[in-house]
Write a new protein. Structure first.
Length: 116
């Protein structure tokens, strides 16, 4: 997997955009809310994403995964190398993170994006 592969998965989601924050982090957003973060100057490339509360302990304890620095209290996990995760599994992780974050948008914005 590459950052471009992650972008291709995300590009199918309503309201998807990207932004560079903190000078070196490529953030994947729905409206103005981040649902996936990758480091641009890392080798290997790591990524952090939101997971359902009930899945946090299981996912963050997998080999190559950990609670995301600064974001773990909000149930974000970090995979230390995006190549450790298959495309199919990335699709699931991205979809779940997107869904969790998009529910925090205003009802008006959710309606605009066709989410409700």
């Amino acid at each position: 997997m590459t950052i471009e592969d992650l972008q291709n998965i995300c590009s199918k989601l309503p309201g998807f955009s990207t932004d560079i924050k903190w000078e070196k982090e490529l953030c994947f957003l729905v409206s103005d809310k981040i649902f996936l973060i990758t480091g641009l100057d890392q080798n290997p490339i790591a990524a952090s994403f939101k997971v359902p509360d009930e899945d946090f302990d299981e996912i963050s304890s997998r080999d190559g995964f950990e609670p995301a620095p600064y974001l773990a209290r909000n149930k974000w996990v970090r995979v230390n190398d995006i190549r450790l995760v298959s495309k199919k599994e990335w699709e699931v992780f991205i979809e779940k993170s997107y869904k969790i974050i998009s529910t925090k948008l205003t009802k008006k914005k959710q309606k605009e994006l066709g989410l409700i």
